[in-house]
Design a protein. Structure first.
Length: 170
């Protein structure tokens, strides 16, 4: 449930790229922003995996929520080249902390005999929430403002973070 709610508020990275273009980044630089995100995710993946082994999955997931919140805030509050590049680095760090640690956490919470089914169901639910997330973000973008998807995502992140607080680790 927690992952489904968060997935509804985390739209496609394409919105970040389009947003950056709206604030003056040349079309030719947009792939560089994607490269920055990908490089950050690659660099931070192993350290966050090790950190989750050391301090626990729940704490690293909470850190991932904080990182995503910072991404949203940076797109809401600041519109400079530097802040947008920093947001893509933070987004990469969020992805590194969130994606694999979340799947590991789900696998650890699942009963051993249902581990594969649990992971399959989890991926299905998160995947099914991905389409409406981008549709919601697109509607908010067009009907309200460019920053409204980030406000919505920030609110969903706060709800998801609150839900994570009551999840018990094994």
């Amino acid at each position: 449930m927690l992952s489904a709610i968060f997935a509804l508020g985390t739209f496609s990275y394409s919105f970040l790229l389009i947003y950056a273009k709206q604030f003056g980044f040349a079309v030719t630089f947009v792939p560089v922003l994607y490269l920055i995100f990908t490089a950050a995710a690659s660099i931070f993946s192993l350290p966050f995996g090790r950190l989750s082994d050391k301090i626990g999955r729940k704490k690293v997931l909470m850190l991932a929520f904080v990182l995503w919140g910072l991404v949203c805030l940076s797109f809401i509050l600041w519109h400079s080249y530097f802040s947008i590049i920093l947001a893509f680095i933070l987004y990469g760090a969020h992805k590194a902390a969130f994606d694999t640690v979340q799947k590991t956490f789900v696998a650890e919470l699942a009963p051993p005999q249902y581990k594969a089914s649990t992971l399959g169901g989890f991926q299905m639910v998160v995947g099914l929430c991905a389409l409406p997330a981008s549709v919601i973000a697109g509607m908010l973008w067009e009907k309200v403002s460019l920053s409204m998807p980030f406000y919505f995502s920030l609110a969903v992140t706060i709800i998801s973070s609150s839900m994570l607080l009551v999840v018990r680790e094994k």
